[in-house]
Write a protein that binds this ligand. Sequence first.
Ligand code: GLN
Length: 345
Amino acid sequence: MSEPTPRGTDPDAGEAYVSTGSLPARDQVIALVTAAHGRFTREASGKIADYIPALAEADPAHFGICVTNARGETFAVGEADHSFSIQSVSKPFVFALVCEALGPDEGERLLGVDATGQPFNSVMAIELRANRTTNPMVNSGAIATTSLVAGASAEDRWSRVRDGLSRFAGRRLELDERVYASEAATNERNAGIAHLLRGYGRIYCDPDEAIEVYTRQCSLLVTARDLATMGATLAAGGVNPATGERVVSAGTCRHVLAVMATAGLYEHSGHWLFDVGLPGKSGVSGGIITVAPGKGALATYSPPLDEAGNSVRGLLATRFLSERLGLNLFVSAPVERGGASRAQS
Ligand code: GLN
């Protein structure tokens, strides 16, 4: 397979073309977030993930929603402060750290950015691509991403991952030791993926070390409120709107959001974009983040999952809110002669 054409990214070039607009007024956001929670709280379909034994203990009734705008104002309802392990929602943030360090061209060359159309832990996805890359939002590409975090040892890499994700959240994130031990004792499949990638030269440190750090990153404890802040940092050009700290560049955010839009919901990513029209990322513990560039982020937590591993209530609430909050990136209104759009006239 040919290498992608280098785009010669100028780190400042994107900033002249930022997404504009903002979330609706505070009262309206509160009313809509509350309405979304009330509307979908009785939805009873979906199944809690149990392939990591500790995850099976989650409460199926838990349902939290949090919206954070690009100025750091937060609107939360339900179990938005309940802690759970971040799982795959860690993937875009570790990719952001790696993309920031290596640049987008190297990131794309070493990891790939195309959707696989396959389940999150697919081995076949690796085999189907001639150059054996996938993308940083599925397990194979995410384990390879973690292997690119700088560090002389697993401990070193882990402290960079933890510090980086903590800066996105604006607070020190803790490891859930029980979830970590449970996944570490049962992650033969991910270890198999890492060793397969090693055979193809597509993992960039010792594969067991990469799995160690990857499993820890998935076991970091977060709340829906944390995820909304983390997503809002990607929405706000890389500056955490709660702490004011720059975590990554605006150019990095743009590339991370593109891969989330392409592949953030595994084999349902196309369906998600068709419906919601925004970059998103889900995880098997029941979290979903959705980012509206320039405006803010929305995070949901509800453990029962559909067959692709995406939170059922999270999908419903996000679709409802992306519409009612006017966030879908693909929606437009005809422009009237004279310049005003119909929506404004
Ligand atoms: N730690 C989980 C795994 O690697 C994360 C998967 C997910 O959230 N989809 O299997």
